[in-house]
Design a protein around this ligand. Structure first.
Ligand code: OAD
Length: 269
């Protein structure tokens, strides 16, 4: 038996042609309903952990081996430029050997049936490599440099990984990694807030929700009914989340594909 709106009908009462037309309409209606759903995926370092990129705050994370003040602040860039550039050169070199994992791929696969936007705190490009076409980078991008004078003068690093210390932009200013340092504003935050405010479903993957303003995005969902799914093997700070929250305590490469499959079935019902 098929249901179209509230009307149930069977092929017994319809000619075969009418039945097939109704069936096609029904499938189209379902498809359109799903396609209109907006899923926003908010990711942190954990989504890339299964690709072999270290997170920041786990026991073996980057901030266990480097001091933020020495490599990720405007003061560090001013006072110890070589160390900052070297730190990001290493991250870039390492990232060239990394590939998207099943979590990135599952996120990208949702584009086939829903409207998906990824908002990431990550500076790697694994979401793009996986095929996600709408990715907002809150904290910048490793494979880009920008002028120290003009933040809108941004350059792709097309070959290799190394930024030399004296590289300059066409405005004559030194280039710096296109990374949002601690203490700097987050230019993409307002854009990200508007995206999250439109979400029918919010999926959060692999972030400790410890760094603001990014972590505050979970509060920008439109209303209290919007479900939030969290995929993270640890215990992110969810104390302030008031929306229905489902915490899938799995690593990204396992939990994200499971969740995507679950949502695909639920939305198709
Ligand atoms: P964190 O290192 O703070 O948190 C990583 C999260 O990933 C934790 O909640 C872990 O439990 C989780 N995790 C670990 N392994 C995982 C796996 N295999 N699958 C899924 N989750 C896993 O990283 P972020 O929250 O992204 O900013 O950190 C936010 C910001 O702080 C970063 O963007 C960076 C950092 O300092 C800048 O550099 C400006």
């Amino acid at each position: 038996m098929l249901y179209l709106g509230n009307v149930a009908f069977t092929s017994r009462f319809l000619s075969e042609q009418a039945y097939n037309t109704q069936k096609k309409l029904y499938i189209w209606e379902k498809f359109m309903t799903m396609a209109k759903k907006k899923i926003v995926v908010f990711t942190g370092a954990g989504v890339s952990a299964d690709s072999g990129i270290a997170t920041f705050r786990d026991a073996d994370g980057l901030w266990a081996n480097y001091r933020i003040e020495e490599v990720c602040t405007p003061e560090a860039l001013k006072n110890n430029r070589a160390k900052v550039i070297e730190f990001y050169n290493l991250r870039r070199k390492e990232s060239l050997t990394k590939r998207p994992n099943a979590g990135h791929l599952a996120i990208a696969s949702m584009q086939e049936w829903v409207d998906v936007v990824v908002v990431t705190q990550n500076v790697d490009n694994l979401h793009e490599q996986a095929g996600s076409s709408r990715v907002v980078h809150l904290h910048g991008e490793l494979m880009k440099l920008r002028s120290e004078r003009n933040p809108d003068l941004i350059y792709d690093i097309n070959d290799g990984w190394e930024q030399s210390l004296d590289e300059r932009g066409e405005d004559g200013a030194l280039l710096r990694p296109h990374i949002v340092f601690f203490g700097e504003s987050v230019p993409m935050f307002d854009t990200a807030c508007k995206i999250v405010a439109n979400a029918d479903i919010l999926i959060v993957v692999g972030t400790s929700l410890a760094v603001y303003p990014a972590a505050a995005l979970v509060y920008y969902v439109r209303d209290r009914q919007v479900p939030i799914y969290l995929v993270d093997p640890g215990n992110p700070d969810t104390a302030m989340i008031r929306n229905p929250l489902t915490h899938i305590k799995e690593r990204g490469a396992v939990g994200v594909p499971q969740l995507v499959e679950q949502l695909r079935h639920e939305l198709a019902e």
